[in-house]
Design a protein around this ligand. Structure first.
Ligand SMILES: Cc1cc2nc3c(=O)[nH]c(=O)nc-3n(C[C@H](O)[C@H](O)[C@H](O)COP(=O)(O)OP(=O)(O)OC[C@H]3O[C@@H](n4cnc5c(N)ncnc54)[C@H](O)[C@@H]3O)c2cc1C
Length: 394
């Protein structure tokens, strides 16, 4: 039987990042994905400063290489536009950053970049086009059942890592609770467009609020080659309560919203609408324990307000690697310390995101918050804090 110390299911940003860190530690592992890369993943393609931080921690050269790829578009700020059209915009162009604090990159390119740059001949292997079809606990580890072009095979590991994204595998096969309730899920759709007009010259990430869409939001993120990633998302509980059809809502918003429709006057959709779920952070979800850890979307690492999940997913991989390093030599590895560490790390961000998500139910409060945030002293204070935080990361 094939054997490895750590088996990672899923080579998205979370799984691939963990493989990078285990290579650095010299820990024997196998990274498995049912897809062949490059592969698409439905996403907003917005890359936040925490992604840049993790890339730098893997190696400064990797971050440097990332920033030089032509598909990765530097983005120097972001804006939230309220239902009245009033906006709060933060521009970081002149704030002393060595690199833009945000980027956009199609997931086809970001995820390919991460797996293509895995070290060759190190302590790990990458098996694409290999599907995990079952798991079974054994006395000394976990048996993984796999299927590839040659047929079925089995792999034995000491620690199993769920990095399989939103559709749970590890929790399901190990009989753990996997929190698929609507209250822990956002739903969103994405469409690639070309010729969307109105982007800031610093390629800002643009968020719009439409009265019909609250407590959800609409986004338009510029991409390389005059293309854009456009979409909208909302808590699944609100979709069910309001009986909303996201595809219809999208068409309505881009044709009737006075602050959004002009951006689409000459735009052309490059694909049909595609939807996917976003499992959000909830401290109730147990993400580490007896011989297992859940990272990225498999562990529900999405921030509830903006839908940001790539950075937290990669950060969860980095943190998991520290606990794997400590536990791997033990006779019964247990990753509950990873669980504690992650929720401590994200405690403030998670609480803030939940509070902001609550504000979205009330257009008046949302618009007042945007007006308040535009008061010069408030804006300066908020921006100084962001600059201070971001500079520590890049
Ligand atoms: C519409 C939308 C917009 C979003 N916008 C943003 C954004 O702008 N910025 C941001 O930061 N986040 C965004 N997110 C969230 C972000 O996409 C996710 O948080 C991120 O993809 C999580 O990465 P991951 O590595 O955990 O999982 P994934 O990227 O989903 O990767 C999981 C991998 O596991 C593999 N896999 C699954 N099952 C198996 C199996 N049985 N065997 C083997 N392999 C398997 C899959 O093939 C896949 O490659 C958005 C999400 C959605 C849905």
């Amino acid at each position: 039987m094939l054997k490895t110390d750590v088996c990672i299911i899923g080579a998205g940003p979370a799984g691939a990042t963990l493989s990078h860190f285990l290579h650095k530690e010299g820990i024997d592992h196998i990274l498995i994905d049912k897809a062949t890369f490059p592969r698409d993943k439905i996403c907003g393609d917005g890359i936040t400063v925490d992604v840049l931080n993790v890339l730098k921690r893997i190696s400064p050269e990797l971050l440097e290489k990332f920033s030089r790829e032509s598909e990765m578009l530097p983005s120097w700020g972001f804006a939230f536009k309220g239902t009245t059209g009033k906006e709060i915009r933060y521009d970081f162009k002149n704030d002393g950053f060595p690199l833009a604090p945000f980027y956009t990159a199609r997931r086809l390119d970001l995820d390919r970049f991460l797996v293509d740059n895995l070290p060759q001949g190190g302590s790990g292997q990458f098996w694409p086009a290999t599907e995990v079809i079952g798991l079974e606990r054994e006395a000394n580890g976990v048996k993984v059942f796999l299927k590839d072009a040659q047929g079925e095979k089995e792999l034995q590991c000491k620690i199993i890592i769920g990095a399989e994204g939103e559709k749970p595998i590890v929790t399901r096969y190990l009989g753990l609770e996997h929190y698929r309730e609507k209250k822990h899920l956002l739903a969103a759709i994405r469409i690639y467009y070309k010729n969307v007009q109105g982007f800031n010259e610093g390629n800002h990430l643009e968020f719009f609020f439409d009265p019909k869409l609250l407590p959800g939001y609409f986004w338009a993120f510029p991409l390389s080659n005059n293309e854009a990633n456009v979409g909208l998302g909302m808590m699944s509980t609100a979709i069910a309560a309001k009986k909303i059809n996201l595809k219809k809502m999208f068409q309505e918003v881009i044709t009737t919203n006075p602050h959004i429709a002009p951006w689409f006057a000459e735009a052309e959709a490059l694909e049909s609408t595609k939807g996917w779920g976003l499992p959000i952070m909830t401290p109730k979800r147990q993400i580490g324990g007896d011989r297992y850890a859940l990272i990225g979307d498999a562990g529900g690492m999405i921030e509830a307000f903006t839908g940001k999940g790539i950075g937290p997913g990669m950060m969860s991989a980095r943190i998991a690697s520290e606990h794997i390093r400590v536990q791997i030599s033990k006779s019964n590895p247990n990753l509950s310390s990873y669980h504690e560490h992650m929720y401590k790390y994200y405690h403030t961000e998670m609480r803030t995101a939940y509070s902001l998500q609550g504000v979205l139910k009330y257009p008046r409060i949302l618009n007042s918050a945007i007006s308040l945030a535009n008061i010069a002293a408030v804006k300066r204070y908020a921006k100084d804090r962001m600059v201070h935080d971001f500079l520590r990361w890049v």
